[in-house]
Ligand binder design. Structure first.
Ligand SMILES: *[C@@H]1O[C@H](CO)[C@@H](O)[C@H](O)[C@H]1NC(C)=O
Ligand SMILES: *[C@@H]1O[C@H](CO)[C@@H](O)[C@H](O)[C@H]1NC(C)=O
Ligand SMILES: *[C@@H]1O[C@H](CO)[C@@H](O)[C@H](O)[C@H]1NC(C)=O
Length: 269
């Protein structure tokens, strides 16, 4: 099979969003060619000179050029999955349009594993930038028996906070025995479902103390070594008479200063 062309044409009218550039329109298209998906934005005309193009996904700039021209393209791996892409004609007043690439959810763990001390709380998070957005997030813990779905429980130990692009499982007051393990976040949209796994490690409070105890032990050893070294060195040295010579001078200087101060204070009052 040669290149299959799947073109979705959309018209994004400018105006309210861009402020200026009235009278221009951006048409968008998506075509898939085997392993690559090409996104195209075409402006039908512009009064402002175009100085570049930018492609954005979420808050990440994917590509930017400084070329003129009414057309800009972005290529992505079809496997990468869908998402909401934005093409921007520069300067930004010229206009922008979003290109939505449909696909099943690509769910990713924000961090694949978390290490938390018992008694503290953990936040496990997953995200998805897919389009259409996730309509339902579900968390469960991988167990020996059945999957146990985790929802806000009455004791307030577990709660879930989700948006279209991110979900967070909060577990409070971690237990050394019950809470470690693998947690699965499962996101569903109209295009399907996807999931990711986050591993939670819980360490005992004692374990958290070890690095500190290590430092204390090191300091003790150092102090002992210095102490022994000083003890052994002392008797060999001839006591110097630096102290006897300078001490009286220092104290008399002190007196003068004190007097001066009190005089100044009196004058002030
Ligand atoms: C671009 O399209 C818009 C909306 O369809 C239209 O009003 C405008 O006249 C077009 N501009 C040019 C330069 O063709
Ligand atoms: C669960 O609790 C969190 C935090 O209190 C809240 O934001 C969220 O909406 C709750 N979810 C449900 C399904 O009640
Ligand atoms: C995710 O949830 C959906 C809907 O609840 C379910 O059909 C699907 O089997 C789940 N997927 C996994 C991997 O658990």
């Amino acid at each position: 099979m040669a290149a299959a062309l799947l073109a979705v044409l959309g018209l994004a009218l400018l105006g309210a969003e861009s402020g200026s550039g009235a009278g221009s329109a951006i048409s968008t298209s998506i075509s898939t060619d085997g392993s690559k998906t090409h996104l195209t934005c075409t402006l039908n005309g512009s009064d402002t000179e175009i100085v570049g193009h930018r492609w954005v996904k979420g808050d990440k700039v994917l590509k930017e050029d400084a070329l003129p021209g009414l057309k800009t393209q972005y290529e992505l791996d079809t496997e990468e999955g869908g998402g909401q892409y934005l093409c921007v004609f520069l300067p930004e007043v010229v206009g922008k349009a979003s290109v939505n690439v449909k696909g099943p959810p690509k769910v990713k763990a924000v961090k694949k594993s978390e290490h938390v001390t018992e008694g503290e709380g953990a936040v496990l998070a997953c995200k998805s930038e897919s389009f259409p957005p996730i309509t339902e997030w579900v968390w469960y813990k991988v167990g020996d028996t059945e999957h146990q779905v985790l929802t806000n429980n009455s004791q307030g130990k577990v709660f879930v906070v989700s948006t279209e692009t991110r979900t967070e499982l909060h577990i409070l007051n971690l237990d050394l025995e019950a809470d470690p393990g693998q947690y699965v976040c499962n996101g569903s949209s109209t295009e399907g479902t996807g999931h990711a796994v986050v591993t939670l490690h819980v360490r005992s409070q004692l374990a958290a103390l070890w690095p500190f105890l290590g430092i204390v032990a090191e300091v003790l050893v150092l102090v002992t070594v210095i102490f022994i070294y000083e003890k052994r060195r002392k008797p060999d040295e001839v006591p110097d008479d630096e102290d006897t010579g300078s001490a009286p001078l220092k104290s008399s200087g002190h007196h003068v200063n004190d007097k001066g101060k009190s005089v100044r204070q009196r004058n002030a009052s």
